[in-house]
Write a protein that binds this ligand. Sequence first.
Ligand code: S3P
Length: 433
Amino acid sequence: MILTVEPLDTGLCGEITPPGDKSISHRVLIFATLAAGRSELSGVLESEDTLATLQACEQLGAIVARSCGRICIEGTGGELKQPSAGRLDLGNSGTAMRLLAGVLCGQDFDTILSGDESLNRRPMRRIVEPLRLMGADIEPTGQGTAPLTIRAGDGLQGIEYKSPVASAQIKSCVLLAGLYASGVTRVNEPRLSRDHTERLLPLFGVALPAPCSITGGSKLKAAVFNVPGDISSAAFPLAAAALMPGSDIMLRRVGLNPTRTGFLECLEEMGADLRVVNRSDQGAEPEGDIQLVFNGPLKGIDVPKTRVADMIDELPLLMALAATASGITRIRGAAELRVKESDRLAVMATGLQQLGVELKEYQDGIDITGGEISGGLVASAGDHRCAMSFAVLGLHASAEVQIEDAQFIATSYPEFCDDMNRLGAMMQAAESA
Ligand code: S3P
């Protein structure tokens, strides 16, 4: 599918509620499946990634009822059943695969976890190593990728794991395996990655004895939770409004977990005028409304390395904004971008150059010199976030921008074009010829 974006000569205006947070949605679906009793979940993201998780949950024995935007899950009380044919297909979702691998290593049945072409290329040794240290019988392919073959083992032991990467997927995988291990399992990471697992487990009745640690044998209880909007999806309209003169938009109920807000800090440093109103810190996850009013052309910035983990999924979008900002924007310490749904540094660098942008790519980052954006056809390499980043940039281009493989946007934000068009954009997806 090709997405065509017309350049705009007006600002974006209006109000939207972005879709539910993807990371939180995966977790509450999995936790509700492990829990005893009936969980009531609202605001859950219903995109290809999270629907793959929901389907896996059903195959593992959860009883799911969906109506009017609510998902009720009758949990298994921890008694998971072996999926039919012994396999789960997790589509494009790295979070589903890595978190469920942790859970499934603790079961008394065998499972094979597989995904689409992109997911089956992503590195899995990063979870296989700690899981094996815990005693799990888990086998990736010779390249260290999925399909992952997990066999029922002789029980897991708790470990203290020092993760080489600040990754919430590794951390959550090990903590979930820790539910089935003897003793306490603890994860140390070089910097705090998104902490949704740690915030949400207590809601499902599991207290963490210390930060990033879990006691084996802890049982989950059903919970009621309303998932806030995804700041990683909200970032696209926010960036578009920061780019387009005359814009004034309001985004309702956006998740504001401090491990996720690095992009907002960058936007402000680039000169955007954004305000958080109606902030609520009551529940497990903070949230609020964000208003963004156009405040003049953006300035290039140096993104602090310490902020990279807090905005890892927004870096492709930041690269798109940098392409229009005055001066140079420098990003370093972001080598993880190379092992996301695509090699996001390479895909963004190639596409931006096709749109006339001057840049220099490094192994762990990029320098981008802002300037004029020409029109043209760019490849998203099947990566939802790269596709949406190019779409935002297309609003500011001198001619139409077309993005290939735009169907992958449904991975995280199926209503992206509708939401952007409601704010005044002109984007249209059509089957490729
Ligand atoms: C996620 C963690 C991040 C992020 C991904 C979602 C999660 O990945 O990029 O989109 O839900 O735990 P890493 O843990 O690999 O950094």
